[in-house]
Design a protein around this ligand. Sequence first.
Ligand code: GLV
Ligand code: MG
Length: 347
Amino acid sequence: MKLPSHFYKPLAIGAPEPIRELPVRPERMIHFFPPHNEKMRSKVPDMIKQVDVLLGNLEDAIPIDAKEAARAGFIEVAKDTDFGDTALWTRVNCLNSPWVLDDVTEVVSTIGHKLDVMMVPKVEGPWDIHYFDQLLAQLEARNDKIKKPILIHAILETAQGVKNVADIAAASPRMQGMSLGPADLAASRGMKTTRVGGGHPFYGVLQDPVETGERMLFQQDLWHYTVAKMVDACMSNGIRAFYGPFGDFKDDAACEAQFRNAFLQGCMGAWSLHPGQIEIAKRVFSPDVNEVLFAKRILESMPDGSGAVMIDGKMQDDATWKQAKVIVDLAKLVAKKDKELAAQYGL
Ligand code: GLV
Ligand code: MG
């Protein structure tokens, strides 16, 4: 086992010091773009004004014969663009693929200083993170433009990954967070679905027998258990949890409901795979104005966070004070980026 005193030591001579606190910025949507597509690349300067995180996708959904063009396109965009306060991420190919080594090597050695986070798919256990941790440190040490470590975001999308989720979250100080990958996870678990995220009409609870009329089937959230397990693993290690993709671009209402369940359960954001999902993620992952106003009243009525008071007939104590602080802290973060919401929050 690695000694605790070595946890925060750089893994290569000349690599930047590992961080102890994650950068604090809104991450409501991780917006995916296919970098081999020239038209999509040309939209990037406009796109970065609308999103919190822009991600160049090199993995699934990129055709095999476009893998190298996607990598080259991503590097070109990263070189030519000033991202301002929008984070730049990439999703590299998975560890057993023929492309991943060149993805990591070429991206880090050319534009590693502009890259905030590398998303790693199909992570099975902490050993996958250890491999990336070491490789990134070696490559960072060779590129003197890189002054801060590139962080790692794991996709939770295999049955084994879910089993090992707590160890993955704790595997390295580079861990920024994790996303649920419902499409690959469904396949890996042998779920009988054909969808990218969301619910299923047959997964539900049947109402007890009724005298008259039909018994209702109440649809349940297929992802409830995994999201909860992921949130606990992430939050107990000081990293962030995200819902991943929602593949039915025609069903904005279902996308919004899935994102909102994740938000209420503790997630920071979700992926947007289509421009229409950017607004959905913004709406869902920015705290609700009435909730923020109520949370502010809780904080104001208990200045030192202790004791008990009644507000509108509801008991408040140290624990609701802490919940209120989560909401107000998030609102302050969002307010820095969104002037309209800042005014509505009164922040
Ligand atoms: C995402 O990569 C997924 O498999 O859902
Ligand atoms: Mg996947």
